[in-house]
Design a binder for this molecule. Structure first.
Ligand code: ADP
Length: 185
């Protein structure tokens, strides 16, 4: 089974195994923390690969729109610096167990707000990491259900994006997503 066999919703949603920072799409999504000032995991990888321009743009966001940091579920866009993708949309996933049962709503908001912002900006191809499933502890099986339902609803509503790419760090993570996704057949 290869990565390319996994696509859903008329091929507008594609799954792949790889490094998010290497994706040549219009915009990649960062699983940031609310400080927007960098962290570990995929956030650290994005800042390392994209160079200092991303952090500079994030600092500017903290001095303007988001002085107290980016709230969970919200999004903000910056340059992609030296990344193949020209833009990064930063979002803050829920920390599992810390949102009084609203984790699924907040995780869905990350994906929905990122895609709606991309569509607004005319960015047609967007790549996501598995938000919150690392350090933030969201069980990947339930994330797969939430993400697949959210994305199929968005596409059904006619959102103007061509490709939503879900990037998994390893084959096992992608296989788990495939098992637990609930895209319409
Ligand atoms: P969070 O804090 O939202 O949980 P993490 O960065 O800890 O974010 O992890 C989110 C997911 O991203 C995890 O499944 C992790 O394995 C994956 N990940 C980490 N680095 C990369 C990368 N360079 N490309 C793609 N996925 C990555």
């Amino acid at each position: 089974m290869t990565a390319s066999t996994h696509s859903y919703c008329d091929d507008r949603i594609r799954l792949t195994v790889g490094d998010l920072t290497e994706q040549a799409v219009d915009v990649i999504v960062n699983a940031a923390n609310s400080s927007l000032l960098g962290g570990g995991g995929v956030d650290g990888a994005i800042h390392r690969a994209g160079g200092p321009a991303i952090l500079e743009a994030c600092r500017a966001l903290r001095q303007s729109e988001w002085p107290d940091g980016l709230p969970t579920g919200q999004v903000a866009i910056t340059t992609g610096g030296k990344l193949p993708a020209p833009y990064v949309i930063h979002t803050v996933g829920p920390i599992y167990g810390q949102h009084d049962g609203n984790e699924a709503v907040l995780l869905a908001a990350c994906y929905r707000n990122a895609i709606e912002l991309a569509a607004e900006r005319g960015l047609k191809r967007i790549a996501f990491p598995a938000i919150s499933t690392g350090v933030y502890g969201y069980p990947p099986e339930s994330a797969a259900r939430v993400v697949s339902r959210t994305l199929s609803e968005l596409l059904a509503s006619g959102v103007a994006v061509d490709e939503i790419r879900l990037v998994f760090f390893d084959a096992q993570q992608m296989a788990s997503f495939v098992t637990h996704q609930q895209f319409p057949r």
